[in-house]
Design a protein around this ligand. Structure first.
Ligand SMILES: Nc1nc2c(ncn2[C@@H]2O[C@H](COP(=O)(O)OP(=O)(O)OP(=O)(O)O)[C@@H](O)[C@H]2O)c(=O)[nH]1
Length: 397
């Protein structure tokens, strides 16, 4: 809890996270944005710095001092452009903050150097220094500490140069110093506020993202739970075929559709013969195994469009949409033969299995309960007549 609080703590003076790993993570996150902002700001500052060469010419003409100033401006602008290029390419805000600090120090040094070369234009330069301080804090994306140090270097360097080369009085130095301190305080406060706000915004965004992630995984988990529940509800857990409830739902829908489309629909009621004897002889566990083997053989004997469910105990039901009576009869026969051909292994080897099947054909008036009743009656006939047979509307084998 304490370390989590530390992670979210922002230093009052630097405007950075107290937690170093969090700070590095933040810097990495904003890296690409900072890179392009830095590059753009350096390009603009270079253009402005170079343009002041015109005022140099107006004031100095083609004197030695002018050429000194010109060389200085060319050096500063050239270095800033080179740095803009390097920062744009690989100016890692997290790993190389000094690369972002360097242009500030170069610009500050260049600005200070103007004083000894153009001491008579000090009043204009004071305005330029105040603007430069603001630009350091606000225009060039930088860390608060870097901006503050470079700005203090600019302010103090300018004051010293003004005192030595422009010959201003000690009183003027104090007045100028106060003005520059004020500019620094304003710039510093504004950037500190910005740094804090950006970090808080970053934290909120991160929090929102992690909440979204939790929510997504929760949704995923619920969906998989739902799927599992549906699977359990819709399937018989011993045999894997449809549960009775699910089968009835599907069969009702298929029957209704076949009635609407006026297509044939057939229905099987399948009962394993003498299953009580199997249970009594081999026990319930082996009985279960036999039952699920029969179910899977039944399922494999059907088309994918047919549906099969466990009606209860050792009884299965099958719905066959789009199936004519003769075809249904053939399917039931094949199913019966496939069950009879099951060759059990181990101690069950030699156990002969068989099923009796009642096949009902849906008439336009029949609902599902009618079909079940018809198939059940036919199944009863088959059982009575010796089992291991298919019975369909009076036909039997
Ligand atoms: N192992 C096992 N046995 C079950 C299951 N459900 C029902 N049974 C048994 O299936 C047997 C069905 O017996 P009966 O209804 O008398 O019918 P039968 O012995 O198959 O005889 P016929 O249907 O007349 O051929 C009963 O012994 C039930 O206990 C089950 O899930 N597993």
């Amino acid at each position: 809890m304490l370390s989590q609080q530390k992670q979210y703590d922002i230093h009052w003076l630097t405007g950075q996270f107290r937690d170093q790993s969090k700070e590095s993570e933040y810097r990495r996150a904003i890296e690409s944005g900072v890179r392009s902002d830095s590059r753009l700001a350096l390009l603009l500052v270079s253009v402005v710095f170079a343009m002041f060469g015109i005022t140099d010419y107006n004031l100095l003409g083609t004197t030695t001092d002018y050429y000194w100033l010109l060389s200085m401006r060319i050096t500063v602008v050239g270095t800033c452009l080179l740095l803009a290029f390097i920062i744009g390419r690989r100016g890692g805000y997290a790993s190389t903050p000094w690369l972002h600090a360097l242009p500030l120090w170069i610009l500050a040094a260049g600005t200070i150097l103007i004083v000894p070369l153009r001491p008579e234009s000090l009043s204009t330069q004071i305005t330029a220094i105040v603007v430069a301080i603001m630009a350091f804090y606000l225009l060039i994306p930088n860390l608060l500490t870097i901006a503050a140090l470079a700005s203090l270097f600019l302010s103090s360097g300018f004051l010293v140069a003004a005192y030595i080369y422009a010959g201003i009085s000690a009183g003027d130095v104090v007045r100028l110093g106060l003005l520059l301190i004020m500019s620094n305080i304003v710039g510093y406060s504004a950037l500190r506020r910005l740094e804090r706000l950006q970090r808080k915004q970053y934290l909120l965004l991160n929090e929102e993202r992690s909440q979204n992630r939790v929510l997504l995984s929760e949704i995923k988990h619920r969906k998989s739970l739902e799927a599992q529940l549906r699977m359990v509800a819709e399937h018989d857990d011993l045999t894997g075929v449809d549960s009775r409830r699910h089968f009835m739902k599907r069969a009702k829908a298929l029957l209704q559709r076949s009635r609407l489309e006026q297509t044939p629909f057939c229905f099987f009621m399948i009962d394993v013969d003498h299953f009580k004897r199997i249970n009594d002889t081999w026990g319930h566990t082996r009985g279960d195994l036999i039952l699920s083997t029969i179910a899977s053989v039944c399922q494999q004997s059907l088309r994918p469009s047919d549906i099969i469910g466990r009606f209860g105990g050792e009884e299965f039901v099958v719905g066959l949409p789009h199936t004519l009576p003769d075809d249904a009869y053939a399917v039931a026969e094949r199913l019966k033969q496939n069950v009879a051909a099951i060759a059990l292994s181990g101690e069950l080897a030699g156990v002969q299995l068989s099923v009796t099947i009642g096949v009902a054909i849906a008439t336009p008036e029949d609902d599902l309960d009618d079909l079940i009743a018809h198939a059940d009656n036919l199944l009863y006939v088959g059982k009575r007549d010796g089992r291991n047979q298919v019975v369909m509307c009076g036909e039997s084998t």
